[in-house]
Design a protein around this ligand. Structure first.
Ligand SMILES: [Fe+2]
Length: 283
């Protein structure tokens, strides 16, 4: 149930799962590419704080209109839930999320996570000085980009777009890069934290869709449904595919963007995840 084969996608089921749940699972991806990336992420996040802080990247110019920052984000730096309520709904954040304009997020403290964010505008000099780190990141980013384009073809068919219509909005162009971002995430152990803090607070992604990889079947990911938080379990050898804000728009609200968070039940254990935010290009 709810797991589809990446290379033999049942379009009726994909349509059903996205309408009903806002997410599903895909199996048959290239595990080696993903495992290599997990190894690199663990190695990097295990470095001391001074080392990691060297890899914060901020940019001026066209880049900063949509992405004010890339590279490393230190723990509690970012509040996914609250940082967007001040912004216009049409503005993408660094990691392609949008919050719901809601008072409850006003005083949200920072999320209990650290991350490293990869976009094609990250220069080759911005990567940590770790053997194969850059190679494994770029390899994974290219792979996830290509399977995302493949997944987009299925959505084109289900939503009755002309072939290539959605793809052309998401591919690299002469004048602009894609809006997609690969994010390595680490949820460190916390002994003490503010009661309003979550590993990631309630939000929706601004993406077309998001791919989530866990290296463990244990997960604290939850979705908000009928005023309740419901667990999204991890599955072995599968990644999670969920809807974002842009797909809600493209599908004329046939699919709603998944409202989700990462709660703190596993806060006594380190956890890692890899996210691929697949979003339209900047044109
Ligand atoms: Fe998200």
């Amino acid at each position: 149930m709810r797991t589809l084969d990446l290379y033999d996608i049942n379009l009726n089921l994909l349509d059903l799962y996205l309408k009903k749940f806002g997410y599903c699972y895909f199996k048959n991806y290239d595990k080696l590419i993903v495992e290599n990336l997990f190894s690199q992420a663990k190695y990097f996040f295990d470095k001391d704080q001074n080392y990691k802080n060297k890899y914060e990247v901020t940019r001026e110019g066209p880049f900063s209109q949509k992405y004010d920052k890339l590279g490393y984000f230190y723990p509690e730096e970012e509040t996914v839930a609250s940082s967007f309520q001040k912004q216009n709904e049409n503005i993408y954040s660094t990691i392609n999320t949008k919050c719901e304009a809601n008072q409850e997020f006003e005083a949200s403290p920072g999320d209990l996570k650290e991350s490293f964010n990869i976009h094609e505008e990250l220069s080759i000099y911005d990567y940590p000085d770790i053997d194969n780190f850059k190679y494994d990141c770029l390899n994974a980013k290219n792979y996830l980009y290509s399977i995302s384009l493949m997944l987009l073809l299925s959505l084109e068919k289900i939503l009755n777009f002309n072939p290539g219509d959605l793809q052309s909005q998401h591919i690299y162009t002469k004048n602009g890069s894609t809006g997609s971002v690969l994010r390595l995430l680490h949820y460190p152990i916390y002994k003490k934290y503010n009661n309003n803090s979550y590993r990631i607070g309630k939000h929706r992604d601004g993406t077309t869709f998001t791919l989530i990889f866990h290296d463990d079947v244990y997960s604290d990911l939850q979705r908000f449904e009928n005023e309740q938080w419901v667990d999204i379990q991890s599955r072995e050898n599968s990644f999670i595919f969920h809807t974002g804000w842009n797909l809600q728009k493209l599908s004329d609200k046939k699919y709603n963007a998944l409202t989700h968070r990462v709660d703190n039940r596993g806060i006594n254990n380190d956890r890692y995840s890899l996210l691929y935010f697949f979003a339209p290009n900047k044109n």
